[in-house]
Design a protein around this ligand. Structure first.
Ligand SMILES: [Zn+2]
Length: 381
């Protein structure tokens, strides 16, 4: 015989569940689950915050201060009347996409800074601080010596979910020592090294010929075009969860006092990063579940002479910049009134991947505050 109505004893458990679920949601909104499964970490060597936030610096638009060959042409290409226009002209992707959809740290005009804590303000100490999350006074030269510290890349690579899922491509040839490939086992494609065997043979021959027959302005830094091509080639074969790409030309053109070539390199880097990001979004492994973290190893001097250099005697070189964008990062844009440090990058990369690097390595700084949706950093309390 058919029952005329559903008995209460069957409905009650459902009602209890619905009411309980509703009250939890009202009391404490639960953040959406973390989406990031991959991180792309990019560095642009010695790129000043002055250009990152202000674009082309008019005081260096000359033959005397900036070694500029064609001043009117450079002015036409990069100079605009406001800082916002100038920076969007120099870094269209970083400002129109990363700043619009993510967060940018270090702009002094809104009371923010990102500070290098190692006190030396040159490359190896800077990259070690970025990758390890702390400054180590033993890292005091750019010599090819193995890093005694474990980078966040190596720390991740030791975890079962990340083993064999970490790789690096760098224009500067010292990175195999900074990342300590010998110990970490992380593949690092660095400098003018031989084109790798995983590149399809037909293209490998061409790339090797180009690398051999292109003039090398610097023996220890390959051109960024070769570095970025190596990333694309690698991605055809393997798709690691943690990609570290370190571009290098900006620093070298600045050392040579060529402001025109420095700006050109900066614009090319912006395009390369955009091209790589767009490519990643076309691959199922990365689309919608990859975060981008970008920063630099050191700043530079702040006047018409010292812009070319950096180091412990140039205290202005302590100030840098950083950016983060991805599915878990609230689009807060330019972060205001916030002091951050270079050492926070390592834990930020790990946090985006759901790992607590600071807890495991207390010496390392905490993640950048507010980068992960639902997480509150110290500066936001
Ligand atoms: Zn340098």
């Amino acid at each position: 015989m058919r029952s005329p109505h559903t008995p209460w004893c069957l409905l009650l458990p459902w009602l209890v569940l619905i009411v309980a679920g509703t009250s939890t949601t009202l009391a404490e909104p639960r953040p959406a689950p973390r989406q990031t499964e991959n991180v792309l970490l990019v560095t642009v060597d010695g790129l000043r915050w002055q250009e990152f936030f202000g674009g082309c610096d008019e005081s260096l638009l000359s033959k005397e201060a900036g070694g500029v060959r064609d001043v009117p042409a450079l002015r036409r290409r990069f100079f605009r009347n406001t800082a916002e226009e100038r920076r969007e002209t120099l870094f269209p992707f970083l400002w129109k996409t990363v700043a619009a959809q993510g967060q940018i740290f270090g702009d002094p005009t809104v009371g923010s800074s990102v500070r290098v804590t190692n006190g030396l303000f040159f490359s190896y100490p800077g990259y070690s601080e970025i990758l390890c999350g702390f400054a180590d006074p033993r890292i005091d030269s750019n010599d090819k010596k193995n890093n005694p510290n474990v980078t966040v890349l190596e720390w991740l690579n030791q975890k079962p979910n990340f083993t064999g899922q970490v790789a690096a491509w760098t224009s500067w040839d010292v990175f195999p020592w900074i990342i300590n490939t010998e110990r970490s086992g992380i593949p690092v494609d660095a400098g003018w090294s031989a084109v790798r065997p995983q590149v399809p043979a037909s293209r490998r021959a061409l790339l090797q010929t180009l690398a051999d027959e292109t003039p090398h302005l610097w023996e220890n830094v390959r051109y960024d075009a070769f570095t970025i091509q190596a990333v694309f080639d690698f991605l055809e074969q393997q798709q690691p969860r943690v990609l570290f790409v370190s571009l290098g030309e900006t620093d070298d053109f600045a050392h040579e006092g060529r402001y025109d070539l420095y700006l050109d390199a900066a614009l090319r880097n912006d395009r390369m990063i955009e091209r790589l990001w767009t490519h990643l979004q076309s691959l199922p492994q990365y689309a919608g579940k990859t975060s981008l973290v970008i920063t630099t190893d050191h700043g530079r001097g702040d006047d018409r002479v010292s812009w070319k250099s950096h180091g412990k005697d140039l205290s202005q070189a302590r100030f840098i910049w950083a950016g983060v964008m991805g599915p878990d990062t609230p689009p807060l844009g330019l972060r205001e009134q916030l002091e951050a440090t270079q050492s926070q990058i390592a834990a930020t990369v790990a946090q985006l991947l759901g790992e607590d690097y600071h807890a495991a390595v207390p010496q390392a700084a905490t993640p950048l505050p507010g980068v992960l949706r639902g997480s509150q950093g110290p500066a936001e309390r």
